[in-house]
Design a protein around this ligand. Sequence first.
Ligand code: B12
Ligand code: SF4
Ligand code: SF4
Length: 387
Amino acid sequence: MTQIAEDRASQIKRLAREIGFDEIGITPVEIEGPGEKSIRDWVKEGRHGAMKYLEDFSSRRQNFFSDFPDAKSVIVLGANYYTQESPERFFNPSLKLQGRIARYAWGKDYHEVITKKHQIFLERLRKLVDFPLKAKSCVDIQPVPERYTAVRAGLGFIGKHTGLLSQRFGPWLFLSEIVTNLDLPADIPSEGDCGTCSYCQGACPTGALDQDYKIDARLCIAYLTIEYKGIIPRALRPKIKDWIFGCDECLAVCPFGSKAKESGWQELKPAAGHGARLDFEELFDLASNSSYEKQYQGTALLRASRKQMLRNACIVLGNSGREEAIPYLARALSSKFPLVRLHAAWALGQLRFPRSAQILKQSLESESDPAVHEEIFFSLSQLGAAD
Ligand code: B12
Ligand code: SF4
Ligand code: SF4
């Protein structure tokens, strides 16, 4: 690689830092690599659950590059999204009824925030290089194995929780890429592993981290509460605890978290978005899908539909052990969505108060959906009131 290319890479990194990116690395384009096979094997085992888009990851990747044959380098960008959590927890009885939101969704939707930063970066990059620049911006949803690409670009190594661990920021780093036709010198790939540590595997409430460096997404709370649209298996519901959107348990226990630093991205802070908790009074008062979309516009919370969020809320309310949860669940039992009614029926069965059984019995009169019917009977039997 020539001195000119080395200088250009340094200028590009300086520019990315000026714009706000916390980690920057460069790696050559790799259309078919070892990461690809790992995804195929993972899908073959069914660990992707209902995330169909991961089934054709390989062919989508080929298509992504087919109209970009001169793609040469990937600029991998890391954005530190760590921000301090307030100490109160859901089970503090003095708090309102709320569900917890994973840290990645506290501020504005990172897909939008980072895509905008990419645009600014590319505008300035075009001025910087005297070259007919071609570039594609990737944030999460494109068929790029982001963690594996980040390892190759020297941003960190993959931990047993399957996320990328940065030596400078720990586990709290969003990844994104700019694929370009610039021929840039590659950074040295990161090396490292977790050694004998297994905190994340022990902390995962559902056992989703059942093998080292491998996840069963079907069990992951992030998958169940955001990606999965159906009935959440009964055995998993209590394990979801108070997580209404995503989960951070495996990241929060990681010793690499000691490297975390407060994020400089104002857009990703709780004040710019919805914050760390979702208030049930607010959620249940949103009477239509459009009011739900308006309320959470610009945040990642909209990755779950209103129906999914109400389903999740019922589970959290069922896990709360609090009598104040009952009026919300009674409302949810008359939802137009059978999915919500079913989870409300289950949740009432978890709350061992005399009112729970009364409400469930009343709802039997009007309930026409067989699956919800079955769930009501199950809950009544849990409450010892099935006759
Ligand atoms: C699908 C998906 C999910 C799924 C599946 C998660 C998973 N671990 O695969 C679900 C919904 C469960 C999920 C959850 C979360 N996700 Co997610 N998710 C993705 C997505 C879109 C694709 C991941 C994927 O391809 N999985 C498929 C399987 C096969 O991956 P894998 O087995 O781990 O294999 C990888 C490595 O082993 C490696 N590899 C394989 N073979 C080889 C060989 C060699 C030699 C090497 C070096 C590496 C290597 O490459 C593979 C692909 O990356 C990525 C974005 C992207 N485009 O990459 C974000 C992404 C991984 N998610 C992210 C985040 C933040 C989360 C959550 C923390 C959100 C939350 N708090 O709720 C949780 C964390 C849960 C967890 N423990 O992983 C970040 C992670 C950032 C980081 N620092 O690592 C990403 C990169 C999004 C982003 N743009 O920042 N996610
Ligand atoms: S995000 Fe939660 S459920 Fe998913 S692997 Fe991590 S600890 Fe387990
Ligand atoms: S908690 Fe331990 S095993 Fe898990 S990712 Fe962090 S260092 Fe690795």
